[in-house]
Design a protein around this ligand. Structure first.
Ligand SMILES: Cc1ncc(COP(=O)(O)O)c(C=O)c1O
Length: 382
């Protein structure tokens, strides 16, 4: 089998590499040559304006990462100790960290097996008088049904924090993801739809949350007396260099989203008939698959191959893959932190975290690379 697959053409196919164009570089160079290297300057404002216009929220605050955006968003709500925030169990640790840093209680919701988003049907049973917010995170491919969740939140007086870090440019019923939240967050890390190297954004229509977020990003400097600070904030500022890359990348967002979708479609066509794999479909009635990552789950446990084993085997052929998130209930560092839901089982997250992985999906990945990866996967999982 090895002989059949060994290919001299592809030494190494990385799971993701960013696509930085000549236009991006010359735009960033212009910013640096004008001396706009720190957070003070026009590019940050321009990126914020362009981004809020794009999402359809009134206000935007550019920050240093998606994680920083989450921490600020949660703190901006001024919740009380032991108030509860519901988050997905299958997600990035940043969701949990933002809650715990404010001494709030975590409530965890297991994911479904169709798109790995938090199971909305399980949320109602978790809502108590102490539930003040839900972090609604879109995971990997299809959007979480934030349209449905928004109604539940409204009815129960709960704030919707939409985590659209992975899905900039994706639409849910023709409305952009990130535009549903009372406050929304985005990430511009190198593997995201658009990148600023490191970076993030908060958007909202709420003036109070906007002013508070802006202040928290920048050490809560005093309005009257600058160095007499009004609160305990962070330096989570974005630089103009980063923002200029964001401005340039955002111009291409439609092309980027279309390209990613096209890559995902090619993978889907080549993997869909393998009975040992689950790969989400190309589109549904309410959304197109954004294929932020080319995620697959091994469904045949009889093969005795889990994600870790498959990743190792793929690497022998120069194909880099990554495992799915490690679910929150299995994080050692959170062991004593989600006390309320401790006895619950999270069997879906547990299953996909063991059997799920994602394959290379750089925007400039070549057709013959996709062909080679799918052929390899199909032979290894026969
Ligand atoms: C859903 C989600 N939220 C938040 C983040 C955090 O973003 P950052 O890496 O910019 O801190 C990530 C990172 O991948 C993510 O996937």
């Amino acid at each position: 089998m090895k002989k059949k697959l060994k290919s001299k053409k592809f030494k190494f196919i990385p799971v993701n590499k960013p696509l930085i164009t000549k236009e991006d570089i010359s735009y960033v160079n212009r910013c640096i040559s004008k001396g706009w290297i720190s957070s003070e300057g026009p590019e940050v404002k321009k990126f914020e304006n362009n981004f809020s216009n794009f999402i359809g929220h009134k206000y935007a605050v550019a920050v240093s990462s998606g994680t920083a955006a989450l921490e600020i968003a949660v703190k901006s709500l001024n919740l009380k100790k032991n108030d509860e925030i519901i988050i997905p169990n299958f997600t990035i640790i940043s969701n949990a960290i933002a809650v715990l840093k404010e001494n709030l209680n975590l409530r965890l919701i297991d994911c479904n097996l169709e798109d790995w988003n938090m199971d909305i049907d399980k949320i109602k049973a978790k809502i108590t008088k102490k539930t003040k917010a839900i972090i609604a995170t879109h995971i990997y491919n299809f959007p979480l049904r934030v349209d449905i969740l928004k109604k539940i939140c409204k009815k129960n007086n709960i704030i919707l924090i939409e985590d659209a870090a992975e899905v900039v440019g994706q639409k849910l019923n023709n409305k952009l993801c990130g535009s549903f939240g009372d406050i929304s967050i985005f990430s511009f890390y190198a593997n995201k739809q658009i990148t600023t190297g490191e970076g993030g954004m908060i958007t909202t229509n709420n003036n109070k949350l906007y002013e508070h977020s802006k202040s928290l990003r920048n050490l809560c400097f005093g309005k009257k007396d600058r160095f007499n600070h009004e609160g305990i904030g962070w330096n989570y500022r974005m630089t103009n260099i980063q923002a200029s890359l964001g401005v340039s990348q955002l111009k291409r967002i439609k092309l980027i989203v279309d390209k990613r979708h096209a890559v995902g479609k090619k993978y889907f066509e080549k993997l869909k008939d393998n009975p040992n794999i689950y790969i989400p479909e190309i589109s549904r009635s309410y959304a197109k698959n954004i294929y932020w990552v080319i995620a697959i789950v091994i469904t045949n446990k009889g093969l005795k191959i889990d994600a870790k084993t498959l990743m190792k085997k793929l690497l022998n052929y120069g194909i880099q893959a990554r495992p799915f998130f490690w679910p929150m209930h299995k994080q050692k560092i959170l062991k004593d932190k989600y006390i309320i839901d401790k006895k619950e089982n999270y069997k879906n997250s547990e299953y996909i975290s063991k059997y799920g992985l994602y394959l290379p999906s750089s925007l400039d990945i070549k057709n013959d690379e996709i062909e080679f990866i799918c052929k390899t996967v199909n032979i290894l999982l026969k």
